[in-house]
Design a protein around this ligand. Structure first.
Ligand code: SF4
Length: 311
């Protein structure tokens, strides 16, 4: 049987005693756009960095095209890092402020030892494709607009011809019209470069618009996952339902009554017993306080981790 393009199995990420990602499993098919949503502090950015080999797992596995990232020798790891690129939430601060765009774009070529002339032609072609004028090569990151900085980050990500691009909050800080242009461009580039996207966002409007499948993360755990349309149409986990109900929409047929969750997301240093969501859940029962719900299939490729799913 062909392995999934990307398979995460019981991944655990810890920073000392703080477990940011707790036994998370998910899979992504080649060419798919997968989404991961959740509040700040849910662990979604940590998982994204682990997918891009930027941080180590404390447990579990991540396999890309069947290869376990943890078992790779150093040279193979570098080669694999070409296949997986990350676009960071704040492209300006993720780029060195002392380097001009020209040097920032040349950096991946140097690090990966690629032939310079051919690679630079690829950069010029990508810049033209993304509507970036050549004079931007002589600017510093802080001299770019938000949209230009995102586009430079996309060029930098695509220089190495990746298969998977992990995008952390790809539209954060952009106004709505620039967001729309950028998402359309990313969709076109996906088809042109045979990309698989893993999009991390707290913006459910973006996730709903661009993803094929979505996973919802709460306090380091996946609480629900499935095809985007099905999950948005009938969320099964009370947390998913609250997130969706809080999403602004101008479509009156999609409006839902707001669900106000009590309290804030707890600290991952001291997660609640049983279901981690129980102190904020409007449907919690006694069982929820001591028994963690295991993920279970509810049909149509959906899973939910809740003792009393909605619907
Ligand atoms: Fe709410 Fe209980 Fe389901 Fe957790 S298991 S989401 S507390 S109903």
């Amino acid at each position: 049987m062909t392995p999934p393009f990307l398979a995460v199995d019981r991944a655990r990420i810890a920073y000392g005693a703080l477990v940011a990602v707790h036994d998370v499993s998910l899979s992504v098919a080649r060419g798919e756009t997968a989404g991961l949503v959740g509040e700040s502090g849910s662990g979604k950015s940590s998982l994204g960095k682990a997918l891009a080999c930027l941080i180590e797992l404390a447990g579990g596995t991540i396999r890309l095209e069947g290869t376990d990232l943890r078992t790779l020798a150093a040279a193979d790891r570098l080669a694999l890092r070409r296949r997986v690129q990350m676009m960071f939430q704040d492209p300006v601060s993720s780029l060195s402020p002392r380097l001009k765009v020209r040097s920032l774009l040349a950096e991946p070529i140097r690090v990966h030892g690629l032939p310079f002339v051919g690679s630079w032609r690829r950069i010029e072609a990508l810049m033209a494709r993304l509507g970036l004028a050549p004079d931007l090569l002589d600017k510093y990151p802080h001299q770019l607009s938000g949209g230009q900085a995102r586009r430079v980050a996309i060029v930098r990500a695509l220089i190495l011809n990746p298969a998977l691009v992990v995008c952390d909050e790809p539209t954060a800080g952009l106004d709505v019209s620039v967001q729309g242009e950028l998402l359309n461009l990313m969709r076109d580039l996906q088809a042109e470069h045979a990309l698989t996207y893993f999009i991390i966002s707290h913006n459910l409007t973006v996730i709903r618009r661009v993803t094929d499948r979505v996973a919802v993360m709460y306090l380091g755990e996946i609480v629900e996952s499935g095809p985007t349309d099905a999950l948005f149409a009938a969320p099964a986990h009370p947390y998913t339902a609250a997130l969706i109900a809080a999403t602004p929409t101008i479509d009156p047929t999609r409006r839902r009554a707001q669900i106000v969750l009590p309290g804030e997301i707890p600290s991952p240093r001291d997660p609640p017993s049983g279901c981690r969501f129980h102190p904020r859940c409007l449907h919690a029962q006694a069982r929820c306080r001591h028994e963690p719900p295991a993920p279970r299939t509810i049909g149509d490729g959906r899973t939910v981790a809740c003792h009393f799913p909605l619907g």
